[in-house]
Design a protein around this ligand. Sequence first.
Ligand SMILES: NC(=O)c1ccc[n+]([C@@H]2O[C@H](COP(=O)([O-])OP(=O)(O)OC[C@H]3O[C@@H](n4cnc5c(N)ncnc54)[C@H](OP(=O)(O)O)[C@@H]3O)[C@@H](O)[C@H]2O)c1
Length: 278
Amino acid sequence: MSSYSKPNNGEEQLVCVTGAGGFIGSWVVKELLLRGYRVRGTARDPADSKNAHLLALEGARERLTLCRANVLDYESLRAAFSGCHGVFHVASPVSNDPELVPVAVEGTRNVINAAADEGARRVVFTSSYGAVHMDPNRSPDAALDETCWSDYEFCKRTDNLYCCAKMMAEITATEEAAARGLQLAVVVPCMTMGPMLQQTLNFSSNHVARYLMGTKRTYPNAVAAYVDVRDVARAHVLAYERPDARGRYLCIGTVLHRAQLIAMLRELFPQYPRHGQV
Ligand SMILES: NC(=O)c1ccc[n+]([C@@H]2O[C@H](COP(=O)([O-])OP(=O)(O)OC[C@H]3O[C@@H](n4cnc5c(N)ncnc54)[C@H](OP(=O)(O)O)[C@@H]3O)[C@@H](O)[C@H]2O)c1
């Protein structure tokens, strides 16, 4: 994705990013700060040292505040969104734990309604490719686009509850936003890679780390879609800034067979001894 110029709307718009300290959230915050926004970032515990990297970002001292919010706590969300023009709803459990599915879905319902109650104009919701590609009945040759959805029952049967959660959360975001008259754009990243701003290892970075460290010794005979986290962050901001942006935007950099990914890792990081075998 190419770079673009700063907004010239003459004001420093206030926007909120939920899950600001996570892998993608941190890059969205960084991108917004670089583009001149005032940013309020939410975390369940802003004082936790795992969020310290945010305060060191360029522009953070002048234009970033962190506030405590849990997506299941409606009043904490209202306080976080107060005075905001827009909300980037990035926070979500990234897990197949059945107990966390309602957190993703009800959390999203709360975010959309709290944003509407606080007078925000636009919401950008972070969905997932897991809500799009998991359909065993689709031909492997079929081109995927924004009309595609995963097969919910298949995801449930195969314990891909994260995909179930993201499907239900995205549908909830779309329905609630329509009911409340909020503009909604949905960014749909695939497996997201790239430099981490945070200190803790998130799920998709661990996908790479497991091959590098040799904790995952085999890999499936399959392809997967990958995207750079910096492009994902820019896609969020573009989806926010384009007034006509509505609905879903798939965010995919490349599609690789796992053997190609392993070969790339071997070339890029020869100092790591193990990269898996088919
Ligand atoms: N990385 C990928 O490959 C990928 C691909 C597609 C879509 N996505 C989506 O991108 C988003 C961010 O994922 P990520 O990879 O950046 O994961 P991450 O680093 O684990 O970040 C997840 C964030 O969600 C927040 N969170 C979790 N439960 C919460 C709750 N109950 N209330 C408030 N915040 C909560 C966490 O905040 P605290 O723990 O600090 O409170 C954390 O900042 C998610 O919506 C995920 O589904 C990720």
